[in-house]
Ligand binder design. Structure first.
Ligand SMILES: NC(=O)c1ccc[n+]([C@@H]2O[C@H](COP(=O)([O-])OP(=O)(O)OC[C@H]3O[C@@H](n4cnc5c(N)ncnc54)[C@H](O)[C@@H]3O)[C@@H](O)[C@H]2O)c1
Length: 394
């Protein structure tokens, strides 16, 4: 195989961005989009008008594309509930799969998908494009190398997701239990929840969260969340998010016994390095109100932040046997566990111990789906995401 032929399933905001990325000359060498699918004809027509020179095979659904397209790989860019189903079908057909975030809505279904991916010879990855950001790669590398010692506290306040009501009114699936399965946690935050785990190398074992439903918008799911996390090593953390804050904040801090890393706006990484390990200082210092001295520096990185293009380049090269896969698709489960645990904690008004009770979560979700409102008046608008993926990437 010299060229990897891709099928794009779902031609909304994200599917369109993927097609644009593949269409840019030499942006994703060795790859070409040859097939497209959407259940809405106007979405297909829109792409055909936008790319008049392309001879795409067109399909009226993801299922049809998977069955009939001459492709080697697919990108599943449909609403969340359909991710596991479409990915399983594609993997069973032997197609290599990139799944958009989140891996799914509920852990039970995501686990089925990962089990199929493990049995398959085809490659499976998650579109965790934020992992390509030099800042997060550097944070992960420094933490793994012991730059801040043993982790004590992990805080992320990520409230710069402002969304006006028209965003929620653009699609019938958006911000509904039945269509989307959740709000800001499931749509905007899968990247941050993935990074919280990937950058620190730690998984929490207890979560207490407060998810406010429709606090700032006319929606039935959460648009404002404050969560408290506990980790097996004794570390604690908070995760705060909202689509209603303007101006919002994006500050990710990881504090250890040896210092602190602070990432502001996905762009600037500051390193506070203690002169002495805080635990050692605490036990040995005799002077009263002192604290460990520290130095502060801005961390240099390789500056690379390839985002979706980076994931697609790596996936193409991995299929062609040129480099290892950057993101193991099985990692998609862990961020879904966090979203589900936060939601469940709020629904039941109690702390959730992990591992998550998958059946309990699904039973509680089904109650919300049963009372989910059907959205009638939707604009169907496709918004241009171009330019929103550098630095302050969502
Ligand atoms: N990685 C990122 O940075 C990023 C950014 C935005 C959205 N996303 C993700 O991409 C996915 C799509 O989001 P969006 O904003 O493009 O939504 P959207 O509503 O704009 O587009 C989804 C499209 O999928 C189509 N569709 C639904 N079911 C289908 C099926 N079975 N077969 C074929 N097409 C089908 C819909 O008609 C619609 O056109 C979501 O999972 C979202 O979380 C990822």
């Amino acid at each position: 195989m010299k060229t990897v032929r891709y099928g794009i399933i779902g031609l909304g905001n994200m599917g369109t961005t993927h097609i644009n990325n593949f269409a840019k000359e030499n942006n994703i060498p060795g790859a070409e989009v040859t097939a497209i699918a959407d259940i809405k004809k106007e979405k297909i027509d829109r792409i055909l008008t936008k790319f008049p020179g392309k001879n795409f095979q067109c399909f009226n659904s993801g299922d049809e594309l998977i069955k009939g397209a001459d492709v080697d790989a697919v990108i599943v860019a449909t609403p969340h509930y359909s991710h596991p189903d479409l990915c399983i079908k594609a993997l069973n057909k032997g197609l290599n799969v990139i799944c958009e975030k989140p891996a799914g809505v509920y852990t039970k279904q995501v686990k089925e998908m990962i089990a199929v991916a493990k049995r398959s010879k085809a490659l499976f990855t998650m579109m965790f494009n934020q992992r390509t950001n030099c800042i997060f790669r550097k944070m992960r590398e420094m933490i793994a190398a012991g730059a801040i010692g043993a982790i004590k506290r992990i805080n992320w306040i990520i409230t710069d997701w402002y969304r006006a009501q028209c965003y929620y009114d653009s699609g019938d699936w958006r911000a509904t239990w039945a269509g989307e399965g959740g709000g800001v946690l499931f749509n905007q935050c899968p990247h941050q929840l993935d990074l919280l785990l990937w950058v620190t190398g730690l998984k929490p074992n207890r979560i207490r969260a407060f998810c406010h439903k429709g606090k700032w918008h006319d929606i039935e799911v959460e648009d404002d969340v404050s969560a408290y996390l506990e980790y097996p090593n004794g570390a604690t953390g908070v995760f705060i998010t909202s689509t209603g804050d303007a101006p919002g904040t994006n500050r990710f801090e990881v504090l250890g016994t040896g210092g602190k890393l602070v990432c502001d706006n996905n762009r600037v990484l500051t390193y506070y390095k203690n002169d002495m390990d805080e635990r050692e200082f605490c036990k040995t210092y005799k002077g009263g109100f002192g604290e460990p001295g520290y130095t502060v520096s801005e961390v240099e990185t390789d500056g690379l932040n390839l985002q979706h293009t980076g994931i697609c380049r790596n996936f193409t090269n991995a299929i062609l046997g040129k480099e290892p896969l950057f993101v193991d698709g099985a990692d998609g489960l862990d961020s879904v566990v966090l979203m589900d645990a936060m939601e469940l904690s709020s629904w039941l008004d109690k702390t959730i111990d992990l591992p998550l009770d998958d059946d309990l979560y699904l039973a509680e979700l089904r109650k919300r789906i049963a009372s989910s409102r059907r959205k009638e008046a939707v604009s169907g608008a496709v918004f241009d995401t171009e330019g929103s993926y550098e630095g302050g990437v969502k």
